[in-house]
Design a binder for this molecule. Structure first.
Ligand SMILES: Cc1ncc(C[n+]2csc(CCOP(=O)(O)OP(=O)(O)O)c2C)c(N)n1
Ligand SMILES: *[C@@H]1O[C@H](CO)[C@@H](O)[C@H](O)[C@H]1NC(C)=O
Ligand SMILES: *[C@@H]1O[C@H](CO)[C@@H](O)[C@H](O)[C@H]1NC(C)=O
Length: 631
């Protein structure tokens, strides 16, 4: 309440005594929070931020301390996640955690882990791989401003060392481009990083210039001056049209005698023989008796998320034999799903007319976020948008370019995020654009993500169902789409499920099971036609999801075809469809898996030429089948 006595660029002038008392409590609290830092973790990284955290959590932010994930609360992201103990300390002070619980920090049976994860209700996104918190905060702020249209604000704390990450600057550019005036970044400029000083040391002016150059309203403050912090954070709330950055000059290990501002203390516990003296020093500084601090409550202006299943409004409108690229079918599917739920949003990184997310944008311009050519940030923004189930986010680009966001995707899994990533232009079948644009590692990459479901639809009907299933599937979903036009294989009423394959060609006399997906499923069907003329029948399987893989359908088919399986994929051999099949049948005796896959670095050429050169076309599949007879 006292902050309402601030006017721009002035100090408080009335109820001064109340103000002073509150300040004293905040200062006291910041000392208390420092007291927790005798715990083993990153005490010096916490101490520099004690005042910042105190002011944020007990002066600036509005939230329900007993319901940290309430949709109306202000959000806080600790991007410098290694300072986790300070986050745990404020939530203990807020009353959500028991103070005694803090002593179980980093123990195997306690969720107060070394870095914050959403196992804790007050954590929306996992942090600890530096440079990712601000992108996620941008997603939350964009969602608050443009989708929820609510008053909650987003605060993100970064380290100065961390701000060397390029992804931080992708996020800085995004936030100012979208006028995210509900977003505040705080850089804890404590000079030191892990193994040496951060490049700018205490040069807060250069920090300021950089932030201003990126379009942010910027304040340089003494990060240990509670009153200055209260004022700067209050002013940030008044600014319209720009995000605010608080460049806070601090000292690493502040308050810890013979440790403060010294090298070589990053991530080190306070030596046992020094703890007592340090605690005594800190306690001596405390001037007022301890008192519970109470955060202000948020406005109740945000509705809870509607978590009901999202279904396509009608069956896919395709006829068998129609020609359509799965990438184009993705756009149609997402636009149709967008009719079913307002929570569906799309993001893209300037490839919307290639991935066809443009089709969604045309239908729902207000629910499309252009992320420009910054794929790492796009993934983080999507994670932020999907936090607290506020949206069902689909982010698309060329599948190859998700490789550069792999760390963000990995952190998305730890964040328990339900984002959907859609990668187009997979494999050599894109043709003329050449190897830099071809995704040939993406299946391996996404299969290795623990929470990930990997869809690889082969026609327009199954693409629609993949998009629908993905919207309702927990964990990260990846949908691999293809550039060439291919025939529709399924009728509109065909049912699809995660982990259930389709047998698309079979007879009583099949000699081999061929498994293909996307373009190679169509090559397999062409091979089946060629072989049928020679009197050889093959069974052809569309796995639909590569992870989970339908091992039982594959095994049953293999047993019906003398144990012979041929896999064919527009992907490198390592970690792709063939290896997924191998690991599914690995325990079974008498099964032989022959794998056709891309090897080496491809080149430009016509799609069909590429499939031939890299040994995954119908001709090669037919030869591989004939070979199994020769053996
Ligand atoms: C992407 C990434 N690289 C490296 C690390 C290892 N690491 C953890 S903390 C740290 C130093 C961080 O310095 P700064 O951002 O200044 O934070 P401080 O602890 O000084 O507040 C490093 C290098 C990491 N966690 N993430
Ligand atoms: C705060 O007060 C409580 C009881 O009022 C007391 O048990 C506790 O030790 C005090 N904490 C500190 C750090 O002085
Ligand atoms: C995307 O749109 C731009 C601008 O209209 C156009 O130049 C480009 O060729 C389009 N790309 C594709 C793949 O259609």
């Amino acid at each position: 309440m006292f902050f309402s006595f601030y006017t721009q660029n002035s100090t408080p002038f009335s109820l001064f005594s109340l103000w002073i008392i509150t300040l004293e409590y905040l200062i006291t609290f910041s000392l208390f929070t420092r007291l927790h830092f005798s715990l083993p973790s990153h005490p010096t990284s916490c101490c520099s931020a004690a005042e910042l955290m105190s002011v944020l959590f007990f002066h600036t932010m509005r939230y329900k301390a007993d319901d940290p994930r309430n949709q109306c609360n202000d959000r806080f992201v600790l991007s410098k996640g290694h300072a986790a103990p300070i986050l745990y300390a404020v939530w203990a002070e807020a009353g959500f955690l028991k103070e005694s619980e803090l002593l179980n920090l980093r123990k195997v049976d306690c969720d107060l882990e070394g870095h914050p994860t959403p196992k804790l209700a007050f954590v929306d996104v996992a942090t600890g791989s530096l440079g990712q918190g601000l992108g996620a905060s941008c997603g939350m702020a964009y969602t608050g401003k443009h989708f929820d249209k609510s008053g909650y604000r987003v605060y993100c704390m970064l380290g100065d060392g961390e701000s060397s990450e390029g992804s931080v600057w992708e996020a800085m550019a995004f936030a100012s481009y979208y006028d995210l005036d509900n977003l505040v970044a705080i850089i804890d400029v404590n000079r030191l990083a892990q193994s040496e000083a951060a490049p700018l040391k205490h040069d807060v002016e250069t920090h300021r210039k950089r932030c201003e150059a990126f379009g942010w309203n910027t304040y340089v403050v003494d990060g240990h001056d509670v009153e200055e912090l209260c004022k700067a954070l209050w002013q940030a709330q008044q600014v319209k049209g720009k995000p605010t950055c608080i460049v806070a000059k601090t000292f690493k290990g502040k308050g810890l005698k013979n440790i403060e501002d010294l090298d070589n203390w990053h991530g080190k516990p306070i030596p046992k023989d020094r703890v007592d003296a340090i605690l005594k020093d800190l306690q001596a500084l405390i001037q007022v008796p301890n008192k519970t601090l109470c955060p202000e409550l948020p406005k109740d202006d945000t509705a809870p998320a509607d978590l009901s299943t999202i279904s396509l409004p009608s069956p896919p409108a395709y006829k068998k034999g129609d020609k359509m690229a799965t990438r184009r079918a993705y756009g149609v599917a997402l636009a149709r799903l967008g009719q079913a739920s307002e929570r569906v949003v799309a993001l893209d990184g300037d490839t919307k007319n290639s991935t066809f997310s443009e089709t969604f944008k045309k239908a729902f311009p207000d629910r499309y976020i252009e992320c420009f050519i910054a794929e790492q940030n796009m993934v983080s923004v999507a994670i932020g948008c999907a936090a607290r189930d506020r949206t069902v986010a689909f982010a698309s680009t060329f599948a190859a370019f998700f490789a550069r966001a792999y760390d963000q995707i990995r952190m998305g899994a730890i964040s328990q995020s339900n984002i959907n990533l859609v990668g187009s232009h997979c494999g050599v079948s894109i043709g003329e654009d050449g190897p830099s644009q071809m995704a040939l590692e993406d299946l391996a990459m996404f299969r290795a993500i623990p929470t990930c479901t990997v869809f690889y639809p082969s026609d327009a009907v199954s693409t629609e169902r993949a998009v629908e299933l993905s919207a309702n599937t927990k964990g990260i979903c990846f949908i691999r789409t293809s550039r060439p036009e291919t025939a529709v294989l399924y009728s509109p009423d065909e049912k699809f499920q995660v982990g259930i394959a389709k047998v698309v060609r079979e007879s009583d006399s099949d000699c081999v099971t061929v498994i293909g997906a996307g373009i190679t499923l169509h090559e397999a069907l062409a091979a089946a036609d060629m072989l049928a003329k020679e009197g050889k029948n093959i069974r052809v399987i569309d796995p639909f999801t590569i992870k989970p893989l339908d091992a039982s359908t594959i095994l049953a088919s293999a047993k019906a075809t003398k144990g012979q399986i041929i896999t064919v994929e527009d992907h490198y051999k390592e970690g792709g469809l063939g290896e997924a099949v191998l690991s599914a049948v690995g325990q079974e005796p008498g099964i032989v898996v022959t794998r056709l896959a891309v090897t080496g670095i491809p080149r430009s050429g016509k799609p069909q030429e590429m499939l031939d050169i890299f040994g995954i076309s119908a001709k090669h599949i037919a030869n591989a089948v004939r070979q199994t007879f020769a053996n």
